[in-house]
Design a protein. Structure first.
Length: 566
């Protein structure tokens, strides 16, 4: 199993074998030299980072070849599908930067054509109605080394099958009472070719077609035909569908078009460390309230990543970086985190924020005076300019930046020690104030007025530069520190242990009273910032006029990688 780790520097993107196959098709002049792809999600949940890889691959491939791409919803199982999921999928795809124009489709658009094609297969002796139970059908399928047993209903006449299928459509039978099966080959070494089910009876209201239908096509039946009718040239899907490809081709072959064929190409799905990617498991986390909804920033859903502060660019770069393979493996989640750090380092506005405040009083700074010092907005982008930060008599620094009895290698603030306050002045701690319990509640310091801008007036050096905010001018905020949801590299890889046993109890820490410089007071949801020395943060949707809420996207460095080396 491969394990791709976060790089120290930019990696070269690996060759895309799918594009090599498309190049070969174009060289042969197949399908009129067209490239037309699609992304066909089932609207039964929210999209996750694995879907993002597929979206970037399908739509990015069409863009590379100046082709077209469709968004098509596989809405063939109404018992699990909702309009909410349809809308969330569209929002996610748009957010990633893809616009499918007027090429939005649903499998349900083709229900009439699929039914008519099924009738045609029956008429040609290639489909039949089976009365057996699901258990009986499963038992008769055989094993990979033993051929299946033909259904006793396989020899029904065309006339009887047409009559029964029409009555299935008319609602005369109960759920599970009958199915329509393709007549392929019960001795095929490929289990999917052993008379697969095409239609099942489901008396369920459909979110688009209402109660018009009580029979619904199976994915394997609807998928290839939908591709064909839309003019798809390359059906790019994950590796588990490789064994389905002969059935995909079998159905398409019976549509009788000698000039055009969609081609199915499979690639390895994304498996991400410290994460679960199963829709069923993600739904379980949501329904059992282990997380706060599908867009919880700890979830690997696109909506969760967006809320946490990931950018479309970071996700698309991640998809490019991991490449496309034919072998399943595990991708280090640190590579995803590296991608967002890399993007936000270039684009995020810098500000100073204090998460665990300790009050500092500058005793020789005039009361009521505000000194507006200049701060750089982004050290990676000169065009971002500078901003003004208020320096006042009362400040906050991080509590971790002070020790009363520091060890030898602690270079930050301590009694009698001088440090630099970023962009501002040199300060020296003169007195430590404690409460009745002996807890430090305030530091009393002096500043050097000649060191404005954090520059030494006489060449003396200090070993530490601290971030800070004005206690009187800063904006109060709630900060949510998110971490990985699981503390095991492969939480779903332990067959005899429930994956929830590996949930990280420290995946969310809420700090209700933090302070950020006033530059952020008008920030809105999804605005990105680097809190200097602390990490990348963004404004959460829970922000109101009364309360500013920040989520930590990632720390400045990968603390997990460091911990794993110990």
């Amino acid at each position: 199993m491969t394990d791709k780790k976060a790089p120290e520097k930019e990696e070269v993107v690996k060759t895309n074998f799918i594009h090599q196959q498309i190049d070969a098709d174009l060289a042969e002049g197949k399908n009129g030299n067209r490239v037309h792809t699609r992304f066909p999600p089932e609207p039964n949940g929210y999209l996750h980072i694995g879907h993002a890889k597929s979206i970037c691959l399908n739509f990015g491939t069409a863009e590379k070849y100046n082709g077209l791409y469709n968004l098509r919803f596989d809405d063939t199982n109404p018992s699990k599908e909702e309009t909410e999921y349809v809308e969330s999928i569209k929002e996610d795809v748009r957010w990633l930067g893809f616009d499918w124009g007027d090429r939005e489709f649903f499998a349900s658009d083709y229900f009439d054509k699929l039914y008519d094609f099924a009738v045609e297969l029956i008429q040609n002796g290639l489909a039949y109605v089976d009365d057996q139970t699901p258990e009986e059908i499963s038992a008769q399928r055989g094993t990979p080394t033993r051929p299946g047993t033909e259904s006793p209903f396989r020899t029904r006449s065309v006339e009887e099958n047409l009559d029964l299928f029409a009555r299935m459509k008319a609602g005369e039978f109960q759920d599970g009472e009958k199915v329509l099966r393709a007549k392929v080959d019960m001795a095929s070494p490929n289990m999917h070719m052993r008379d697969p089910i095409m239609y099942r009876i489901m008396h369920v209201h459909h979110h688009r077609t209402g109660d018009k239908w009580c029979i619904y096509p199976m994915y394997d039946y609807a998928h290839g035909q939908s591709d064909f009718w839309e003019g798809i040239t390359h059906s790019i899907c994950t590796l588990e569908f490789e064994v389905h490809r002969p059935l995909y081709d079998w159905f398409v072959d019976h549509l009788k078009d000698a000039e055009y064929r969609p081609r199915q190409i499979e690639f390895a799905r994304l498996n991400l460390s410290y994460t679960v990617m199963s829709k069923r498991k993600l739904l379980e986390l949501v329904k059992d309230n282990h997380v706060n909804g599908w867009d919880d920033p700890r979830m690997p859903t696109i909506s969760g990543l967006r809320r946490r502060g990931y950018t479309p660019t970071s996700i698309r770069n991640f998809a490019d970086r991991i490449g496309v393979t034919k072998t399943n493996g595990m991708i280090d989640v640190g590579l995803l985190e590296h991608s967002v750090r890399e993007d936000l380092n270039k684009s995020a506005q810098r500000v100073m924020g204090v998460l665990n405040p300790l009050k500092v009083v500058i005793t020789n700074f005039p009361e009521g005076e505000v000194d507006m010092v200049d701060a750089i907005n982004n050290h990676e982008d000169e065009s971002a300019g500078t901003r003004k930060v208020p320096f006042t008599r009362e400040l906050y620094i991080e509590r971790d930046d002070f020790m009363e009895e520091p060890p030898r290698k602690f270079f930050r603030l301590a009694p009698g020690r001088e440090v630099r306050l970023r962009y501002a002045y040199f300060v020296t701690c003169q007195e430590v104030v404690k409460d009745e319990n002996g807890e430090i509640v305030e530091l009393r310091c002096t500043y050097d007025p000649d060191s404005r801008g954090g520059k030494s007036p006489d060449g003396r050096k200090v070993k530490a530069t601290l971030h800070w905010v004005s206690a009187t001018e800063a904006v109060e905020a709630e900060v949510r520190l998110y971490d990985r949801l699981f503390n095991d590299m492969d939480p779903q890889g332990h067959k005899e242990v429930d994956f929830k046993e590996f949930m990280n109890a420290d995946s969310l820490q809420i700090l209700p009273k933090c302070y950020v410089e006033p530059f952020v007071k008008d920030a809105k949801a999804l605005d990105h910032f680097q809190f200097e020395r602390l990490g990348y943060f963004n404004v959460d949707k829970d922000t109101t006029a009364e309360k500013l809420v920040f989520n930590r996207t990632v720390a400045l460095r990968d603390s997990w990688a460091k911990a794993n080396k110990k």
